[in-house]
Design a binder for this molecule. Structure first.
Ligand code: ATP
Ligand code: MG
Length: 274
């Protein structure tokens, strides 16, 4: 369980994250939504300790991760892997090597660049790629893949760290709707099958509603909504996006109606009126 208490990050006068408290049970898929500048990326960076909190506490399994230094901090970063909008693959390397580089924390840079990986690690990498339906591309150069394929390789690379939590900062923002669906399906499969907690910053309401167990809405650094997709009413959405922003968020949703789970479940209807 991840327990965030009164977490705050200030940049001068701006509270990028403003006294946020959230308890996230293991295995939950959480979507974080909000306008540009609401504090979504900063929240993920604080969890992963890429940014230092001004105040507040982050506990994981009862341990205070907001004070870790050195090796325990490295271990924590591996525990909560991060994926980004820009896939950050090494273009000129093949897919397999890119995935193996996910072991960097364990190996050190030089050993990784010399491609000194054990057979067990190679087998693990193939399994990670296979889980994302990408094993067939193992020997292809990363820059020959589509955006959606690259993002799936980036996810496989993070799985090499055997994370407990996957933090995804707008993982589909630069993908077309078809690839966005494939990547969101992959994240949900990993969440369901491996029990990895997923905290995912998302741009569009429909995607958050379609894929997440829980939606956290941020406005000016603070959490202004925390509930299930069905609880996200028009009023709640207005509090998250503001009156002007709501139209924009909804019109973005309209253009992304093709994004939805591939299997079974239907994309939830438009915002229910309270
Ligand atoms: N390193 C920094 N220095 C100064 N201000 C920062 C820094 N990082 C973030 N901020 C400010 O903190 C606030 C929250 O930024 P953040 O990037 O977390 O928002 P966001 O919700 O991820 O936005 P977007 O949807 O555009 O990605 C913004 O006002 C931003 O300008
Ligand atoms: Mg952001």
């Amino acid at each position: 369980m991840l327990e965030i208490t009164n977490l705050e990050k200030r940049f001068g006068a701006v509270a990028a994250v403003d006294r946020v408290s959230l308890t996230i049970p293991d295995g939950q898929m959480v979507g974080v939504i909000g306008r540009s500048g609401a504090g979504k990326s900063t929240l993920l960076r604080l969890i992963n300790r890429l940014a230092e909190p001004t105040s507040g506490q982050i506990l994981y399994a009862g341990e205070d991760v907001s004070v870790l230094r050195g090796r325990p901090l490295m271990a924590w970063r591996a525990h909560c892997a991060m994926i980004f909008q820009q896939f950050n693959l090494v273009n000129r390397l093949d897919v397999m090597t890119n995935v193996l580089l996910g072991r960097l924390n364990y190996h050190g840079f030089v050993a990784s660049m010399l491609k000194r990986f054990t057979p067990a690690e190679r087998a693990f990498a193939i399994r990670a790629l296979d889980r994302l339906d990408m094993a067939q591309t193992a020997l292809q150069r990363a820059d020959t893949l589509s955006g959606g394929q690259q993002q799936r390789v980036a996810i496989a690379r993070e799985l090499m760290q055997e994370p407990k939590i996957l933090l995804a900062d707008e993982p589909i923002a630069s993908l077309d709707p078809r690839n966005a669906t494939i990547v969101m399906d992959a994240l949900r499969t990993i969440n369901r099958e491996a029990g990895i907690t997923v905290v995912c910053n998302l741009h569009t309401l429909d995607t958050a509603r379609a894929y997440c167990d829980r939606i956290v809405g941020m406005f000016k650094g603070a959490v202004v909504f925390d509930g299930s997709p069905s609880e996200l009413t028009v009023d709640a959405a207005r509090a998250i996006y503001g009156v002007d922003g709501l139209d924009e968020a909804l019109s973005e949703s309209v253009t992304s109606t093709s994004i939805g789970p591939a299997t079974g479940a239907t994309v939830p209807s438009r915002l229910a009126v309270a």
